[in-house]
Ligand binder design. Sequence first.
Ligand code: DC
Length: 221
Amino acid sequence: MSSLVVAIDGPSGSGKSSTSRGVAARLGLRYLDTGAMFRAVTRWMLSHGVDLTDPDAIAARSGEPVIVSGTDPPDPTIPVDGRDASFAIRSDEVNAAVSPVSAVPAVRARLLELQRDIIGKGGIVVEGRDIGSVVAPDAALKLYLSADPEARAVRRAAEAGGDVAATQESLRARDRIDSGRVTAPLTMADGAVHIDTTPYTPDEVISQVVALVEAVSGDGE
Ligand code: DC
């Protein structure tokens, strides 16, 4: 399993994070949350007064934030310019701005380089939107998680403490941008296994994925 790469893509609230962290923890693998990296860039742009309606302004400064992604499943830290940003990257302000920032090709190119460095020789579960299609197309196992829009909003609102209808609207707006952008849109990669997580608990999904990983790595036979 030491060289294994598991790519998990899907929209927000599909169960990606709980599944990715749980699978990595159970199998002793590292974990990379690429959404946190896009959030960290967005947070940095907001705190440096960059005009987020101007893709050229975002691109011009995309090389500046110093982002270090921790890969420990129970504690995936994300210092930005040396200061932990784990909480700041989950704010409403970042939720509202992260999709347009993520659509800027220079931002994606910068983070792609960092992501591939971290993936290195493998032994990692990586979650995002374009992992199976762009970041790690040779991953041993690619998954695409989805869930009914209402289930996704209920899960996200429970995590973040918000109103379900407002959360559903915010998810819908992000889905539209994440799926419609030109560079590396959210998509089900070729060869990906699709799991609709709506009827399952997080533990049930983790068990299904662990069984799939063991099947591809030969450990479950
Ligand atoms: O998974 P998340 O909700 O934390 O991701 C936040 C945003 O980051 C998401 O709206 C789109 C962007 N993202 C991306 O464009 N590509 C990735 N691989 C991961 C996230």
